[in-house]
Design a protein around this ligand. Structure first.
Ligand code: HEC
Ligand code: HEC
Length: 299
């Protein structure tokens, strides 16, 4: 043996995953207007729910449901978290959306999401003198489509979750993760999970088929943007159709579907331990699982 093995390994600074950066400074008036719009039910056609109803930023940025059901109609796909969304190269499960603004407009128009439109939102907000004042203060204009999109996108850019134990380890804190968690990371790399789940969001930077070797949940859509695994321990259920109830079930299925490998119980628990270190903080509070509720994530 040439060198003594250190008791704890540190990151060598060349890992395929990089830390989530602190949120960039945003215009405070636009940010708070965006946050307000995010929880404004008038953005839905029937004034029944807001973005926050499905994307609960007080917990995991999503909901605990496999399929949220606005006005009784289930959304086709599981609700992804809005945390760290600005760090994904494309948006939505299929990665068909290229900007936050485009995504917001599509959410407004989608009959299974807000069933409304930018025009309808503009009309409702212009009828509210307090909103008119807030838009004038932030944009020097009364409520309009471009300002609505910009305000919500500004808020979405602030939804980053730095400070996970894994990121602290990446930045040189050798004791931020346990030996079991570190071995889970090594298994994650050696098995090849890292070929798809990598970069700052541990995913979110490429397209892949799902069920490459064996089927995984419902067949459609066939090609997906590889999801981010940031905060994944808090975002059950898993997969585009919400078909995996627990993280260990999801990890086991990934081995079979994407790598043609039956993982041992030990490999699964080590990977799950590693994935648990990817939980970050939002406004200095740890991201946590959403509370299960019928219908939408929040009233
Ligand atoms: C009924 C639940 C529901 C509501 C309400 C809702 N969303 Fe979503 N959101 C979803 C679902 C489901 C998807 C995935 C859609 C897809 O992939 O086709 C999604 C995707 C997203 C994404 C992309 C996430 C990613 O990982 O790429 C963002 C950003 C987003 N929504 C923001 C919003 C905003 C802003 C609003 C309010 C205008 C909103 N959502 C309202 C369910 C909801
Ligand atoms: C060939 C690319 C590829 C490889 C290799 C891969 N994944 Fe995935 N992973 C995906 C895709 C694509 C999805 C989305 C699947 C779906 O929703 O149907 C996904 C989804 C996941 C999810 C669920 C995320 C969520 O929010 O629903 C977890 C957890 C996960 N992968 C972990 C792993 C682990 C652990 C490994 C290694 C054992 C692995 N993946 C290997 C592409 C890959």
């Amino acid at each position: 043996m040439a060198a003594q093995t250190p008791t704890r390994e540190t990151s060598d600074g060349r890992e395929p995953i990089t830390p989530v950066p602190a949120p960039r400074a945003q215009d405070p008036q636009r940010l708070s207007l965006g946050e307000r719009l995010f929880s404004d039910r008038r953005l839905s056609h029937g004034n029944t729910h807001s973005c926050l109803s499905c994307h609960d930023i007080g917990s995991n940025g999503a909901s605990a449901n496999a399929h949220d059901t606005p006005e009784g109609r289930p959304a086709a796909l599981n609700t992804p978290t809005v945390f760290n969304v600005s760090l994904n190269f494309r948006l939505n499960w299929e990665g068909s959306i290229r900007s936050l603004e485009e995504g917001i407009e599509r959410s407004l128009n989608n009959p299974a999401i807000m069933a409304s439109s930018l025009d309808e939102a503009v009309k409702k907000l212009r009828a509210d003198p307090e909103m008119v004042n807030q838009f004038r203060a932030a944009y020097g204009q009364q409520p309009n489509a471009a300002a609505i999109l910009d305000a919500i996108a500004t808020f979405e850019r602030s939804l980053v979750t730095p400070g996970s134990r894994f990121d602290r380890w990446l930045m040189g804190e050798a004791y931020a993760i346990t030996p079991e968690e570190l071995s889970g990371y090594q298994v994650f790399k050696s098995l090849g999970c890292i070929t798809c789940h990598q970069g700052v969001n541990v995913g979110g930077n490429m397209f892949q088929r799902h069920g490459i070797f064996h089927p995984l949940g419902s067949r459609e859509p066939v090609v997906l943007r590889v999801p981010s695994l940031r905060n994944v321990a808090t975002t059950a259920p898993y997969f585009h159709d919400g078909s995996a109830a627990t993280l260990s079930e999801a990890v086991k299925s990934m081995g079979v579907a994407q790598l043609d490998r039956v993982l041992t119980d030990q490999q699964i628990s080590a990977i799950v331990a590693f994935l648990n270190t990817l939980t970050g903080t939002y406004r200095d509070q740890p991201v946590k699982p959403a509370v299960p509720r019928a219908g939408l994530g929040r009233p």
